[in-house]
Design a protein around this ligand. Structure first.
Ligand code: FAD
Length: 463
């Protein structure tokens, strides 16, 4: 990223309620206890829990641009209780007991985000609106039922209820809706107000944030430090990698995850008449069963945010370039929204933006602290980081100070990194899977059987 018009990066940053003036950068070498690369939710939650629970610690956050300029200031605003892995995958990989513990930890995480907003006076429009996972067309019903069966088998059937077509339509009048899975215990937030408020909470607790300061390299072991373009931040106890989709640029993390682009288009506020036609009074997060992923949020000022994982992976895990593809994706998404809500045929759109989320090879977020290397890592939320970063930050803070926590049993803790393939294999594989997902969606929408290579694509995407 280069210096830029920060409010122009997303509607959320534009409406964060502050001028987004960068904080001063690092002014020369300093020494702290914990030095954190990245001023998004991951870095800031880690700093927050370190400082709140251990007031004597010296913590610095080093951010290349401004806090929240990455995914944390640009996302769809779902503070979701759903773990990045499907409940059936969680159960198959880690067993029923661990799947249950993980789901309970996610419920608690959503509550915890709300608690901290309340305690720290962060006005992030936190609202417990729930999620509706919709079946759009008969062919999507199987996926909705499968998720409900998986939740019910784990004892969470009550909190994940199946709605038939009439009950789903009663909540929201989406074209082709055939049913839904309703998860009430999930929230929505104003993403930028959350990340910017969190940064201020970290500072109130004594943390120091250097913005406009890029980390070039992370030194580990007895010599642990963040080497930046403005000096050195030495760390007595730990350096932390919290750069998510941008992390592959840092030496040592080139294949830890791939940046996956996600795009958003936003309407102007709709009229009362339009809302009366659409319904959606509960303001739940909406998504369908599309393999290419879609998510819709009703904003507090009456707009519809429509997000999708659309633009293709860029060679070498780049996070710059591909502007023409983003343009194409946004205009296709404006059209897609009228498929969802035909009554919006003439709706005006005010914003379009995109950002990058981080996808690890096993689709499972990773939190780890190696005391010998004095290296902490937390990354790989695959588009579910608004809530999961809180869980990850709490866990990593405990690991760094050596405090026992039941969170250390969860599947995101301490598992070995599975690296992505080197280029050009990575580009070929990711582009192939992205293309296959589109073909699978097209076949399902047209009532055709899945393409012959669907099992291979699913296995490669390994969710
Ligand atoms: C368009 C979009 C929609 C999304 N929607 C949702 C959603 O609705 N719900 C949900 O749960 N998740 C969603 N996500 C994902 C979620 O936003 C992320 O998982 C979460 O914000 C990750 O936080 P983070 O702090 O780990 O990463 P980021 O917010 O990306 O922060 C990383 C920070 O590190 C900084 N950095 C990187 N490298 C360096 C360096 N070398 N030196 C200094 N600083 C560096 C970056 O500038 C950046 O500020 C979405 C993501 C996108 C892009």
């Amino acid at each position: 990223m280069s210096p830029r018009d920060y409010p122009g990066l997303s509607y959320w940053l534009e409406t964060a309620g502050e001028p987004l003036t960068p904080r001063p950068g690092l002014g020369g070498d300093v020494t702290v206890d914990v030095a954190i690369l990245g001023g998004g939710y991951s870095g800031l939650w880690t700093a927050y829990y370190l400082l709140r629970d251990h007031p004597g610690l010296e913590v610095a956050v080093v951010e290349a641009e401004i806090c929240g300029c990455g995914a944390s200031g640009r996302n769809g605003g779902w503070c979701s209780s759903r773990y990045p892995l499907h409940p059936a995958t969680l159960e198959a990989r880690y067993g029923a007991e661990m799947a249950r513990e993980t789901i309970l930890a996610m419920y608690d995480t959503v509550d915890e985000v709300g608690r901290v907003c309340e305690a720290e006076g962060i006005a992030a429009d936190f609202r417990m609106n729930g999620i509706l996972s919709l079946a759009r067309g008969e062919a999507q019903l199987a996926a909705v039922r499968m998720a409900q069966v998986a939740y019910a088998r784990l004892g969470f059937g009550e909190g994940n209820r199946l709605l038939d077509e009439a009950a789903a339509r009663d909540r929201v009048r989406v074209n082709g809706i055939k049913g839904a899975l309703y998860t009430p215990r999930s929230a929505a937030v104003h993403p930028a107000k959350l990340v910017r408020g969190l940064a201020r909470a970290v500072e109130r607790l004594g943390g120091v944030i250097y913005e406009q300061t890029r980390v070039r390299r992370m030194r580990q072991g007895a010599d642990a430090a963040l080497e930046t373009d403005r000096g050195l931040v030495r760390a007595r106890r730990a350096v932390v990698a919290a750069g998510e989709a941008y992390l592959p640029r840092t030496p040592g993390f080139e294949r830890a995850l791939v940046p996956m682009s996600s795009s958003i288009v936003l309407t102007q506020p709709l009229s009362d008449a339009q809302w009366a036609e659409i319904g959606w009074a509960g303001g739940e997060g909406l998504g369908s069963q599309a393999h290419t992923v879609d998510y819709l949020t009703r904003t507090p000022d009456g707009r519809i945010l429509y997000g999708s994982r659309g633009a293709p992976y860029l060679f070498g895990s780049a996070t710059e370039g591909g502007e023409a593809a983003f343009e194409r994706t946004s205009s296709e998404m404006r059209r897609q929204l009228t498929d969802w809500f035909p009554m919006l045929r003439d709706a005006d759109f005010s914003h379009a933006w995109h950002g990058f989320l981080g996808v690890p090879r096993d689709w499972n977020p990773r939190v780890d602290f190696d005391a010998d290397r004095r290296l902490g890592v937390l990354y790989g939320y695959t588009g579910r980081g608004v809530s999961t970063t809180n869980l990850a930050g709490r866990l990593l803070a405990s690991l760094i100070v050596g405090r026992e926590t039941p969170l250390a049993r969860l599947p995101l803790a301490g598992h070995p990194a599975r690296h992505w393939e080197p280029e050009p294999l990575r580009w070929l594989g990711v582009r192939y899977v992205q293309d296959a997902m589109k073909r699978m969606d097209a076949a399902r929408d047209a009532g055709r059987p899945p393409p012959f290579d669907a099992p291979l694509a699913k296995r490669l995407s390994d969710q």
